[in-house]
Every structure is written in C-alpha cells, then in structure tokens.
Ligand binder design. Structure first.
Ligand code: CP3
Length: 397
C-alpha cells in the first residue's frame, strides 16, 4: 500500500522525539522500521494513559479522525464507491484507518468501520445514503424474535481489517476497536435512521418493555462477540459509543442502558485491553455512568472536564479508602471549535489541560470531527496538545 511507505518516514521522526521523554527505551527499538511488534505499542502514551500510568505528554486522538474532512479519505471513498463497501474491503478500510496517523500524528488509530456494521448479520438490512444510515425498522415482537445474534462469519472483513491495520501501523501506535452500545444500536434498529425524538424506540421501551429487553439482549450478545473478534484479531483497546444515551432520564438509563453496557464491560474484562465508555450527551447521568466498570470514560463538551470527573466519581478521595482505582478520562473539545481561529483553539486546549489530571487523561474531541474541519486546524490541535501538555504545570495557564 502506498500509504504505508509514507508512514514509515513520519513515524521514525516522531518516535525519535518520543524517545527523548522515555529514556528507558532501548535505541534499537526506536529507530527500527514500523513492525507489528506489540511491545512498543503496549508501552505507548495512549495505552499508558488508559492505565493511568505516567506519560511524557497527553496522548491525543480524534473521534471520526478518518473521515470526510481528509482529502485522502474522499479519494479512497470514491475508489470504494460507497461507504459500506469501504467498511467491507479490508485493504481500503486499513488504508483510511492509517491516513490520520500520517496526516495528524495522533497517538492511536481507530479501526475504520461503523457501529451499525454488525446489524445486517442479525437480520437487519442496512444501507447508507447522503442523509445517513437507513435500516429496516424492527418494531414488533415477531421482528425481534426473528433476529439472530451475529457471529464473525457475518463480518469476516472486520477482524481481517484489524489484522491488516496491526501489520501496517507504525510501532508505538495502538489500534482501538469499537462497537455501539446496546441502547444506541436499539435506537437505530427501531427507528430505522438517526432520530431526534426516539418516538418508536421509547414507545417500545415504555409500552412493551419485555420486548425492548429481548432486543437489547440480542444486541448485547452481538456486541460482545463483535468486540471479542476485534481483540482476538489484535485490537489493543475498545471504545463503546453510546451516542444517544443523552435521550434517557436516570431511571431509564438504569433500566435500559447501564446493565447492558455493564454486561459488555464484564465480558470483555478478561481480554485485558482497556475499555472506554462514551456516554455522549450523558452529563446529567454521570453519577450513574461512573459506576460502570470502564477503564476510561470519554466525555463530551457539555460540562468542564474537571466537573465531569467529579460527577463521575473519579477524583481520588484524600484517604484513598472506599474508592476503587480511579478510571481515566478522555475528552472534551467541542469539535466545532476546530472551525474557528487557531487562537480560540489554543485557548480551549489550555483550559482543558488546566482542568484535566496529569495522569489518566487522553485528549479527544467531545464528539466526532466534522467534514467542514480544516485539516490544518486538526494538525495544529494535535501539535498544541503535545506541546502544551509536556510543559510543566505552571507554564500551562
Ligand atoms: O472514528 C473513526 O475514524 C472510525 C470510524 C467511525 C465511523 N463511524 C465512520 C463513519 C466510527 C467510530 C463511527 C461510529 C459511529 N457511526 C457512531 C458513533 C459515534 C458518533 O458519531 O456518535 C454513530 C452514531 C454512527 C452511525 C453513523 N455512521 C451515522 C449517523 C452516519 C451518517 C452521518 C455522518 O456523520 O456521516 C455514519 C456514516 C459514517 N461513519 C461516515 C464515516 C466516516 C461518513 C460516511 C461517508 O463517507 O459518507
């Protein structure tokens, strides 16, 4: 792949600068060509931050970092023809997974796919148009009873893409796998598209809760198998996207969302990879969200990151008693800030860094990067985060 040869050059130089801060690393490993070795990725900034270990500077990656704002994504997407073909062609999906690593210098790659990709294997037809995803709505007891739990035979291209990415990713850049959370996937399965009111989905939950739970159960089993397949193929961390959980009040979150997310986290715990939960729009739910056994909580921009940490219960009690090991936090720049001037981006980055903990922090956006984003601003963001977070604390303000 063309992409790969471009990558090795950038990676050699950026790895060299990382070495300055990590004197424990043997020289030979640092100047080595990118290889699929696990060792340096395991000791990467991103995975260290997920485990709340010390880092030389804050790791950064951007949700939807492989996407339409990148001209090279547009070119590969054109070659693929349509979005689902891109997701289902390992060579092309690998190519776009790698693009933001070369372009932006982010500290982690995220598998190129979509949260809706496992649904056709359950028996829910899916297509994408200009307006977004279209699914055949599942609204009756019969339709729910007819759904299967999808298995890796339904999406062989997903583990294949993971393997290819691991083979071609520069040493030191770990690969994140992902899935949608059951409630978010249910909203797509029942509404048939992206929704604002969630009328059909909530009607099912409130009028036929047993059926809603049956559907959530099948989605949960599907997600577990889907994530296990990604880890077996080489994914080194997992993120669960709960994009629409902000539509739920606390009681409904506790009944229809949290138990299923918990089940996924517990099922994936033995895999040993860090588990990230993103409750988009869920700041009112943080006291409940924080009880889930995730290693990292990804937060949006609707609440300052220090307040989010407090509400999630991640701030270590002074006595250290009664609290489990605090989880890490990821976030939380408003993605639209990247459309504004660089001075405004810098002001917001400084504010986030001043509020974020030194340990257990991963810089990210509060939601996905948008197609209108100037590539240059995304590049400037990554450089700023690295530069400003490496400085001593007093110099940040
Ligand atoms: O982060 C990455 O770079 C990895 C790839 C990724 C995509 N989708 C690619 C994509 C990831 C992690 C997702 C997750 C996803 N997909 C979510 C959760 C995150 C969030 O945004 O809340 C959701 C809700 C979806 C469902 C989805 N996929 C929608 C609603 C749409 C259409 C709207 C839009 O943003 O384009 C998609 C399409 C999609 N998924 C695109 C990409 C790059 C654009 C497709 C194109 O090229 O036209």
């Amino acid at each position: 792949m063309k992409q790969v040869s471009k990558l090795s050059k950038r990676t050699r130089s950026s790895t060299t600068s990382r070495r300055a801060a990590s004197s424990r690393r043997p020289r030979a490993e640092v100047i080595a060509q990118p290889t699929p070795t696990t060792d340096s990725a395991a000791d990467s900034r991103f995975l260290r931050a997920c485990r709340s270990q010390p880092v030389d500077c804050a790791p950064v990656w951007l949700m939807r970092q492989a996407g339409r704002y990148l001209p090279e994504y547009q070119a590969t997407r054109k070659r693929a023809g349509d979005f689902l073909t891109l997701c289902r062609t390992p060579e092309l999906a690998c190519e776009v997974t790698l693009q933001p690593i070369a372009r932006l210098g982010v500290d982690a790659a995220i598998l190129f796919s979509d949260i809706l990709v496992p649904l056709p294997g359950m028996g829910i037809p899916l297509s994408f148009s200009e307006e977004g995803p279209k699914l055949e709505p599942v609204r009756s007891a019969e339709a729910i009873a007819g759904l299967r739990v999808a298995t890796p035979e339904d999406y062989p291209y997903v583990p294949e893409t993971v393997r290819l990415c691991r083979k071609h990713l520069p040493a030191g850049v770990p690969l994140i796998g992902f899935a949608g959370a059951p409630f978010t996937l249910m909203s797509y399965a029942v509404e048939g598209h992206t929704s604002k009111q969630f009328t059909h989905c909530k009607r099912l939950m409130f009028a036929a809760p047993k059926e809603a739970h049956r559907l959530l159960h099948k989605l949960t089993e599907t997600v577990i198998v889907y994530l296990q397949a990604q880890v077996q193929a080489g994914a080194q961390a997992l993120q669960i996207f709960d994009s629409w959980v902000g539509a739920l009040g606390p009681d409904d979150f506790a009944e229809f969302a949290a138990p299923y997310v918990r089940r996924i986290l517990e099922a994936l715990r033995p895999s040993g990879v860090p588990l990230i939960y993103f409750a988009h729009g869920g700041s009112a739910l943080y006291p409940l969200v924080g009880k889930l056994p995730a290693d990292v909580f990804s937060v949006d921009f609707r609440m300052p990151i220090d307040e989010a940490r407090r509400q999630l219960g991640l701030v270590r009690r002074p006595t250290g008693r009664g609290a489990r090991k605090p989880a890490a936090i990821q976030g939380n720049l408003d993605p639209i800030a990247l459309l504004g001037p660089k001075a405004g981006i810098e002001r917001r980055v400084r504010d986030i860094l001043a509020r974020a903990p030194r340990r257990g922090f991963i810089f990210n956006l509060g939601h996905g990067i948008v197609p209108e984003t100037p590539v240059e601003h995304a590049q400037a963001l990554v450089q700023l985060v690295h530069k400003l977070s490496a400085a001593p604390r007093g110099a940040r303000a």
